[in-house]
Ligand binder design. Structure first.
Ligand SMILES: Nc1ncnc2c1ncn2[C@@H]1O[C@H](COP(=O)(O)OP(=O)(O)OP(=O)(O)O)[C@@H](O)[C@H]1O
Ligand SMILES: [Mg+2]
Length: 235
């Protein structure tokens, strides 16, 4: 088990986004977090990734209590152990694809030439090597998400968090991004926490955690009841 949480509670003013969520994911496993809009999926992902802090409960990555880390400690964890992919890739508009992918390495202190070589190699693995010198505004949404996936994976994170990574794409472009994500995650034994409200996307996962109103859905029936070995169970 690489990542788990227990009793996770998080409110925004009067809104209880999470009301006691427990989950666990194994190393190399792809977990889909599903449920209707507003059920707390993004909030859960942000708590697990150390982007936001829960009001109560524990987030444990390996032997580390993520929820107890300082802002700086969580930022370091996000830089070194985690990768994040959002619905809109949030690429830097002024930078080329190669520069966007190289950025996390440069921030971590890798030399320019080495970072660029790594970035080009990731773009190649994602089938967008020919776009290396293009800026985000010059390529399609699906191509942008593949570049964003490269940027999320270039540091070889242990856990990849993806929040509706194909939500803004049409079916074909979305499937290409998911296909690359799953293949690369398997190759590197990267653990993936994949938020989606789309059953077809959830079908790419090994297992599904269904949320409803800030708790694990008591019916245990997610979008994709047939997914993987432990469909619906939160272990
Ligand atoms: N920054 C915020 N300020 C106030 N309320 C928030 C904030 N973020 C989330 N919420 C509320 O918390 C609840 C859970 O939100 P969350 O974004 O986790 O849902 P979600 O399952 O990701 O929804 P969606 O599928 O629409 O992205 C919702 O009621 C939402 O309105
Ligand atoms: Mg969300």
């Amino acid at each position: 088990m690489i990542l788990q949480c227990r009793g996770l509670v998080r409110s925004y003013g009067p809104t209880q986004a999470l009301r006691g969520v427990a989950m666990a994911v194994d190393e190399g496993e792809i977990l889909a977090v599903t449920g209707p809009s507003g059920c707390g999926k993004s909030t859960l992902l942000h708590c697990l990734a150390g982007i936001t802090r829960p009001d109560a409960g524990e987030v444990i990555y390996r032997d580390q209590r993520v929820d107890l880390l300082s802002e700086a400690g969580r930022a370091r964890l996000r830089r070194t152990e985690f990768g994040v992919l959002f619905q809109f890739g949030q690429l830097v508009a002024e930078l080329t694809a190669a520069e966007n992918v190289a950025l996390p390495l440069l921030l971590a202190g890798t030399g320019r030439r080495e970072a660029r070589t790594a970035a080009l190699s990731w773009l190649d693995r994602l089938g967008v090597a020919d776009l290396a010198e293009k800026r985000p505004g010059e390529v399609s949404g699906g191509q942008q998400q593949r570049v964003a996936l490269g940027r999320a994976l270039v540091t070889e994170p242990r856990v990849l968090y993806a929040d509706e990574p194909t939500g803004a794409l049409d079916t074909l472009a979305g499937e290409q991004v998911l296909g690359h994500m799953v293949r690369l995650a398997r190759e590197q034994r990267t653990t993936v926490v994949l938020v989606t409200h789309d059953a077809r996307v959830a079908a790419y996962a090994d297992r599904e955690l269904a949320l409803r109103d800030g708790v694990a859905d008591p019916t245990g029936l997610g979008l994709n009841a047939s997914a993987g070995r432990h469909a619906g169970s939160a272990r």
